[in-house]
Design a binder for this molecule. Structure first.
Ligand code: AMP
Length: 290
């Protein structure tokens, strides 16, 4: 595995791999890798002949009062993990490499980014799409893998490649969970033992939604209410939203079906956590809680 820090080195390495006939896969991350990220690398290795992972904490997607400075970083450890999982190239640029001058042009999402996480994080998805657009321009991957954990992000990226005719196949991989059900996240690091115990109500609530859907409940409001109740009962969980939406356009639905997703955001202490469950898809990590 090779580590590079400049765009020209990425282009040279990827160019060599491409001319040897390998397809190029990309896994964008902000590092502090856990099994969730590594499962995306595994998927990418299955689908592409040459796997690039970017590790970059993108300032553009953090609001002024968010955790950009505190965001955990551990490049040496990340490199060892990425290598173990078959990544061929890690791209870990400095800020001045990606943003040498103030941007004149960004990728600005429309309405779909104004709801859910977009409400409490104005500008966040514009920052995400802009850096992902840049990474697509730098690596020119045939395929890129994202996690379902960040559901709104995954949908927006799928819409971006369609709307902007980017020749990249976007693959969305399932959420990897800890044994107790909590979705893996670099931000779980911030939780105290007590907060973490309370945070488990998020995955417990989502497991409850799956249970009620499987036993025949189709009333979206009822399903959402159950999740909210579980989270509120835990105490110390400040719910930002619980919504029952269509997987395609994130619009709220009244009747749940196989294409419905329950999306959740909450603050536990100062840590903001998100999670979701597709009602029609298997989620072994949630099924374990049933
Ligand atoms: P991040 O480093 O948080 O920007 O995440 C990088 C990629 O990993 C994104 O596509 C995330 O959706 C994905 N990811 C984060 N957590 C998980 C998880 N628990 N399971 C699967 N994918 C994840």
């Amino acid at each position: 595995m090779k580590l590079v820090k400049t765009i020209s080195e990425v282009r040279a390495e990827v160019g060599r791999a491409r001319s040897s006939g390998r397809s190029i896969g990309l896994v964008p991350t902000m590092g502090f890798l856990h099994e969730g990220h590594l499962s995306l690398a595994d998927r990418c290795c299955e689908l592409a002949g040459y796997v690039v992972m970017s590790i970059y904490v993108n300032p553009l997607q953090f609001g002024p009062s968010e955790d950009f400075d505190e965001y955990p970083r551990a490049l040496e450890r990340d490199l060892a993990l990425a290598e173990e999982r078959g990544v061929d190239l890690v791209f870990a640029p400095a800020d001045r490499e990606l943003y040498p001058t103030e941007l004149t042009v960004t990728v600005a999402p429309r309405r779909l980014a104004d709801r859910l996480c977009g409400l409490s994080r104005p500008g966040h998805f514009e920052g995400v799409l802009t850096v992902v657009g840049k990474l697509f321009g730098i690596v020119q991957p045939d395929l890129a893998v994202f996690g379902q954990k960040d559901f709104q992000q995954a949908v927006l990226i799928q819409k971006m490649v369609i709307d902007l005719d980017m020749p990249v196949r976007v693959e969305v991989a399932p959420t990897v969970r800890e044994a107790d059900g909590i979705a893996m996240s670099s931000r779980n690091e911030y939780l105290s033992a007590d907060e973490r115990r309370r945070a488990l109500s998020i995955s417990r609530g989502l497991a409850g939604a799956l249970r009620s859907f499987r036993s025949g409940e189709r009333d979206a409001a009822m399903i959402g209410r159950g999740v909210l109740q579980t989270m509120e009962e835990a105490g110390g969980v400040d719910v930002e939203y619980v919504e029952v939406v269509s997987a395609d356009d994130l619009e709220p639905v009244q009747q749940a079906d196989e294409e419905t997703v329950v999306v959740v955001a909450a603050r536990v202490g100062t840590t903001r956590l998100i999670d979701n469950a597709r009602l029609g898809a298997p989620d072994p990590g949630l099924a374990r809680l049933l």
